[in-house]
Design a protein around this ligand. Structure first.
Ligand code: NAP
Length: 336
């Protein structure tokens, strides 16, 4: 079969490899759609640890083609979405019900072969069934959506409350839709590109701002009587970390979601955090949220097609991951 492999840091190529077999407790998934994530670019550049060589692709959806020995929940033919994160189940974090903080976390498409291939063998416990006939491209959104749901859980949005979201990539645009589903009354998206701001208004944002054109802290404070109840940082840059905290109201929740380069430092003023009781809430990965993400995707309430800006075949994956995101790119989907 064909698989797009990371061969070494900075080197990725399409290879013909042996089709995997479903081992004990595993299912063989014929991949129908897989999303390219910013993390794939970090892995390509060696900024995030992976196995080498490895087939990347941790956001995917496909049909169960075969089941291995001792598989109990699948017979073959089911449409599934795969939760890539495999927790050990026995470390202190897992035993505290925090699998995203597992000391020995493995991940499909990171530390073992993933979905930029015609087939992937995965443990059956990582797969979640989707309704037959669902667009597999929508199914491939389950993974990023599951991460967003963890952030939304931590945000504690209240009906009628205000939410400011920084960064209008695919994540920010999913967060806008989830904030609307939570019943937020004011939903503000801050991002630089005008088409993304226009799209956000279609998807449920009530206001948008361009951070290069105005003082977004002042804008958000003015709109929300002193600061947003919830701020969700989805850009992963120092500026949005700083401005995001500053636009959170006293007693509000600042959810850190964007990934900044490891080791990068941003100054904060502990005194301000203290006297304003701004709650700093990091949200990492998808603990126990993949099932809800699959259900949400299946429900059809989310606008996902408008987030897909390009569909490619396996032969283009290496080039797309090796290049910076194209202008206007939101989500690139691979159809093996
Ligand atoms: P993305 O496509 O890179 O989107 C981030 C967007 O932020 C950029 O496209 C950019 O859009 C905007 N931005 C950059 N600088 C800005 C600024 N100063 N002010 C406002 N907006 C700014 O990434 P994504 O896929 O949406 O993911 C968002 C972040 O979440 C990334 O850091 C990703 O690594 C992270 N992530 C975290 C988790 C987790 O579990 N915590 C899971 C998945 C992803 P404009 O050009 O329009 O400004």
């Amino acid at each position: 079969m064909k698989a797009s492999q990371l061969d070494s840091v900075g080197a990725m190529a399409l290879h013909t490899v042996e089709k995997p077999e479903a081992g004990p407790g595993e299912i063989l998934v014929k991949v129908l759609a897989a999303g390219i994530c910013g993390s794939d670019r970090h892995m390509f550049k060696g900024e995030y640890p992976t196995a080498i060589p490895v087939t990347l692709g941790h956001e995917f959806c496909g049909i169960v083609e075969a089941v291995g020995p001792a598989v109990t929940r699948f017979v073959g033919g089911e449409l599934v979405t795969v939760d890539p994160n495999i927790a050990c189940g026995i470390c202190p974090a897992c035993r505290r019900a925090q699998p995203n903080l597992c000391a020995r976390l493995a991940a499909i498409g990171v530390t073992r072969n993933g979905g930029f291939a015609e087939y992937a063998a995965v443990p059956e416990g990582q797969a979640f069934v989707l309704p037959p006939g669902l667009d597999p491209v929508h199914g491939a959104f389950s993974e990023p959506l599951a991460c967003c749901l963890h952030a939304i859980d931590k945000a504690e949005i209240r009906a009628g409350g205000s939410v400011a979201i920084l960064g209008g990539g695919v994540i920010g645009l999913l967060m806008v839709q989830l904030a609307k589903l939570e019943g937020a009354g004011t939903i503000i998206l801050i991002t630089r590109q005008a088409p993304r701001r226009a799209l956000a208004l279609d998807l449920g944002a009530t206001h948008t701002f361009d951070p290069t054109a105005s003082d977004t802290v002042a804008e958000v404070r003015a709109l929300t009587s002193g600061g947003a109840d919830v701020v969700i940082e989805c850009a992963g840059v120092p500026e949005t970390f700083r401005t995001g905290i500053a636009m959170t109201r006293r007693g509000g929740n600042f959810v850190l979601f964007g990934v900044t380069p490891s080791g990068l430092e941003v100054p904060v003023t502990p005194f301000d955090l203290l006297i304003n009781e701004v709650s700093l809430r990091p949200a990492y990965l998808n603990p126990f949220t993949h099932d809800r993400a699959a259900a949400l995707v299946a429900s059809g309430v989310l606008e996902l097609d408008r987030l897909v800006t390009r569909t490619i075949g396996l032969e283009e994956v290496a080039d797309v991951i090796a290049s910076a995101p194209a202008a206007g790119e939101i989500k690139v989907i691979v159809r093996p």
